[in-house]
Design a protein around this ligand. Structure first.
Ligand code: NAP
Length: 383
């Protein structure tokens, strides 16, 4: 197995040969969005070099301004920064990929991204208004589109050739979807950004990625404590967990620092979001201690394969295609569904009858009609 972590544990090496910082600032937020400028400035002044951005977060302009101001006042040089951005689902058509990247670069005032990744492995229909994130049908449901992920990837590769980004990668892709990309890729997959937190340790994904020289980024590494998409039955928050507090005390660290260090020590990059200056500072202070093997083992023991982020953003998504059950095209389905996150989709399965299914599969899906005459496709998911 290659070791992708640098000796000082502060960077991972991408297959392009470039280093990516192990710790960066997450910038997605449903609340106090107006604070993103201050948060980015605070992060860059605290020594952060990686900013995790996305078109869909709707805050590229503010982040770009923070970067520009910090470069101008000498806080950081562009060459020392690592900026990740993500291609949104409505821009998967090959002809839309370059304009999407160029638009994000322009909004942020940048010449290139260090890493540009496909945000989700399925496409949504393009809205008529380019400032909308979804195209809705008459019932207010999001409309999907069938764009094979390999076609989107080929268009992503042209961005590297054109110098618009230094490396390209994926987000929310499962192993079978990554295999499909690897089979045709001319440029390597540099990174897969997926949810990784103590309840979802992603052991299999990490093995797969490491073996294939692909770095991983953990999103929601603190188990997104104040997420609005919290569901009944979710395992409890982790920041006040007694075991994690006790481990932290051994090293003089907080539970958040323990959780971040745990992933960093596994060789996984982490992008915790905080817009609170004291937490921003604390979250990067994880490189002066090393968790002992017994503590790593205890922390591994939290795993429940439990995902905090579900398909909330995509509920009510409706396919533009009609399938018959017997003719279900698994390849097309793979393109349609992320295979990662128990996403609830609504698809037209039989003419005139709307069915819904939960997807995200590792093995052949089990298909059944439920009492509401809904099509349920259930499978284990793992990305
Ligand atoms: N690729 C994808 O599909 C995807 C999906 C989700 C997220 N992401 C990325 O991953 C980033 C992080 O994920 P996330 O925001 O879902 O979850 P997270 O980083 O696990 O948790 C963020 C929450 O933790 C709080 N927090 C941060 N540091 C703390 C500390 N030291 N002590 C106590 N509370 C702390 C923050 O509050 P305050 O801000 O109030 O400090 C915020 O409410 C996102 O911002 C985004 O960049 C990517």
């Amino acid at each position: 197995m290659p070791n992708l972590l640098s000796d000082d544990g502060r960077n991972v090496r991408l297959p392009t040969g470039k280093l990516m910082p192990v710790l960066g600032l997450g910038t997605y937020t449903g609340d106090h969005a107006d604070q993103v400028y201050n948060a980015c400035v605070a992060a860059l002044k605290s020594g952060y070099k990686l900013l995790d951005c996305a078109y869909a977060y709707g805050n590229e302009e503010e982040i770009g301004r923070a970067v520009k101001d910090c470069i101008k006042d000498g806080t950081i040089k562009r060459a020392d920064l690592f900026i990740t951005n993500k291609l949104w689902n409505t821009m998967h058509r090959p002809e839309d990929v370059r304009p999407a990247c160029e638009r994000s670069l322009k909004t942020m005032g940048l010449d290139y991204f260090d890493l540009y990744i496909i945000h989700w492995p399925f496409a949504l229909a393009k809205p008529d208004d380019p400032n909308q994130f979804f195209k809705l049908d008459d019932e207010g449901k999001k409309i999907m589109e069938n764009v094979p992920i390999v076609d989107t990837w080929k268009a992503m590769e042209t961005l590297v050739d054109a110098g618009l980004c230094k490396a390209i990668g994926l987000s929310n892709f499962n192993i079978s979807q990554m295999e499909r990309i690897r089979a045709i890729a001319k440029h390597p997959i540099s990174n897969n950004q997926v949810e990784v937190q103590l309840y979802l340790s992603q052991v299999e994904m990490l093995q797969y990625c490491t073996k294939n020289n692909i770095t991983m980024t953990a999103y929601s590494p603190l188990y997104a404590p104040r997420r609005v998409w919290q569901k009944e039955g979710d395992p409890p928050p982790l920041l006040d967990n007694e075991t994690i507090i006790a481990i932290g005390k051994k090293y003089g660290k907080s539970p958040a620092q323990v959780m971040l260090r745990f992933q960093a020590q596994r060789g996984i990059a982490i992008v915790p979001k905080s817009f609170t200056p004291s937490r921003i500072k604390a979250n990067i202070d994880i490189f002066d201690f090393k968790l002992e093997d017994e503590d790593m083992k205890t922390l591994h023991g939290f795993n429940k394969d439990h995902r905090s982020i579900g398909g909330f953003a995509f509920e009510g998504v409706k396919s533009t295609k009609t399938y018959s059950i017997s003719g279900f095209d698994v390849e097309a389905m793979n393109g349609f569904t992320s295979g990662v996150s128990m996403v609830t989709f609504t698809i037209e399965v039989l003419p005139k009858i709307r069915k819904s299914h939960r997807a995200g599969y590792k093995v052949a899906p089990t298909i059944r009609l439920d009492k509401q005459n809904c099509l349920n496709i259930s499978v284990r998911n793992y990305a």
